[in-house]
Design a protein. Structure first.
Length: 227
């Protein structure tokens, strides 16, 4: 004889087990998501971001005192293209480099800071939220937001200077892989600007074409940068 009470209890038990399995799965997803966000925001740039792009700007060297590439949540008008979207690996490397002790580069290893290159981090809503501004010929850089580490109040040793230059060189390698040139003088950047103005830079046309194509694909390309 069929025991309907037992079947009902078994059915209710199955529903309960199914509910608990889904609940535990949801909790695990939330925990993993929060872990990823905390891992991302515990280091520079201390804020969530979805992707990063490289830029070449300030070719006429007019931004000596107003070097920020992002002003009022807008990219500075001196940029020469739509920028180049960094790969997941390149973005992670920029975060790794910026998380190191770069106080020497922030202070500047020489007496100038005229940036021509920058990395800008964007939110899911395509708003700029952080940036790295680089002046390779001045051997210096700036981070926005500024790192909370104490400012440099002493002279660096030769070994420390060498370490800072190695970090700067790694930034430079990433910039060069995007296709943007790195020159050694103010005049060289100025000459490049007028070369662009005359339409003589095939390299820039390639960069602009790549940048626009990548910009259109941003909606489909979100990077998991936690691992």
């Amino acid at each position: 004889m069929i025991n309907f009470d037992k079947l009902k209890k078994d059915k209710n038990l199955f529903k309960y087990q199914k509910f608990m399995t889904r609940l535990l799965f949801t909790i695990c997803i939330i925990i993993l998501y929060n872990f990823q966000i905390n891992a991302q925001t515990s280091v520079w740039p201390y804020i969530e971001y979805a992707y990063a792009k490289a830029y070449l700007y300030n070719l006429k060297s007019n931004l000596r005192g107003e070097y920020q590439i992002v002003k009022n949540e807008k990219i500075d008008k001196t940029v020469i293209s739509e920028g180049v979207l960094l790969t997941k690996e390149q973005t992670r490397k920029i975060i790794q480099l910026s998380g190191k002790d770069v106080k020497g580069l922030n202070a500047g290893l020489s007496a100038c800071f005229i940036p021509y290159h920058a990395i800008v981090f964007y939110s899911e809503n395509n708003k700029p939220v952080a940036s790295v501004m680089l002046a390779f010929d001045c051997e210096s850089m700036r981070l926005e937001p500024v790192k909370g580490a104490p400012k440099l109040n002493r002279e660096l040793t030769e070994n420390e200077i060498e370490e800072q230059l190695i970090i700067l060189k790694e930034y430079e390698q990433i910039i060069k892989r995007t296709g943007f040139p790195v020159f050694e003088s103010v005049s060289a950047y100025s000459n490049y600007f007028y070369k662009i103005k005359r339409g003589e830079s095939n390299n820039l046309k390639l960069i602009e074409k790549t940048g626009i194509k990548q910009l259109k694909s941003i909606g489909d390309q979100r990077f998991d940068l936690s691992g």
